[in-house]
Write a protein that binds this ligand. Structure first.
Ligand code: AMP
Length: 286
């Protein structure tokens, strides 16, 4: 595995591979890699000749009071994990190299953003589509692997690819969880012991709501209430609990077609998100 820190080098290498006709699988991340990231890398490894993983904590997608400065970083650990996953190139650009001067043009995520994290993190998805447009042009991937833990991000980025005819396929990958159900996340390190003990209740609430659906409940409001009720005694605060169509992310009157049940919860230092996606065929991403 080669570690590349220069945007120009990474682009030159990928262009060479692209011209020689090999397929490129790409996993964009913010690092502090864990088994969730690993499953994306493994899927990429199976389906592509070359696998590129980027690690870049993108300042553009953090709000002024968010955790950009304190976001966990571990370059050595990331390198070991990526190497173990059979990655060919670990791309570690600096902020100065990614954004050498103010942008002349901006990308704005216009739809699918007035709900869920788009509502509670204004500007977040503008930062996401901006950095991914850059990374897609640097890496020229045939396939991009993205986790359904961030299901809204997958939907928004699919919109970017569709709008701008970006010649890549977005491959959604199911959420990887701890044994107790907590979705793996780089931000789980922010949890104190008591919070870590309670955090699996978020996933439990989603599973319970999916059982309600299985039993025939199709009123989104009842589902939301059941989740709010189940997590009401946790020590933090609820950011949102929403039931929407997926991937359109529109409000629904009744559960039909593919639906996302999603929540965000603030513990003392960690804001955690989780979701399940349900369709007529059953439950995906539990
Ligand atoms: P991040 O480093 O948090 O920006 O995540 C990079 C990619 O890994 C995104 O596509 C995430 O959705 C994905 N990811 C993060 N956590 C998980 C998880 N627990 N299971 C599957 N994918 C994940």
């Amino acid at each position: 595995m080669k570690v590349i820190t220069s945007v120009q080098d990474m682009q030159a290498i990928c262009r060479r591979h692209y011209r020689s006709g090999v397929s490129i699988g790409f996993v964009p991340t913010m690092g502090y890699l864990h088994e969730g990231h690993l499953s994306l890398m493994k899927e990429a490894r199976v389906a592509n000749d070359i696998v590129v993983v980027s690690v870049f904590v993108n300042p553009l997608q953090f709000g002024p009071n968010e955790d950009f400065e304190s976001y966990p970083r571990d370059a050595k650990g990331d390198e070991a994990l990526a190497e173990e996953a059979g990655v060919d190139y670990l791309f570690y650009p600096t902020t100065e190299n990614m954004y050498p001067k103010p942008l002349n043009n901006s990308l704005k995520a216009l739809s699918r953003t007035g709900v869920l994290c788009g509502r509670s993190r204004p500007g977040h998805f503008d930062g996401v589509v901006t950095v991914l447009a850059k990374l897609f042009n640097i890496v020229s991937p045939d396939r991009v692997y993205m986790g359904l833990k961030d299901a809204q991000q997958v939907a928004v980025v699919q919109g970017l690819v569709d709008d701008y005819n970006i010649p890549t396929e977005i491959v959604p990958v199911p959420t990887v969880r701890e044994a107790d159900g907590l979705a793996k996340s780089s931000r789980n390190v922010y949890l104190n012991d008591a919070e870590r003990h309670l955090a699996p209740r978020l996933h439990e609430a989603l599973v319970k709501s999916s059982l309600l659906v299985k039993d025939g409940q199709n009123n989104p409001q009842v589902i939301v209430e059941s989740i709010l009720d189940f997590i009401s005694d946790l020590p933090g605060s609820i950011d949102y609990v929403e039931v929407l169509s997926y991937p359109e992310l529109e409000p629904i009157e009744a559960l039909t077609g593919q639906v996302i049940i999603a929540l965000a919860y603030r513990f003392s230092k960690a804001r955690l998100i989780d979701n399940i996606i349900i369709d007529a065929g059953g439950i995906a991403n539990v």
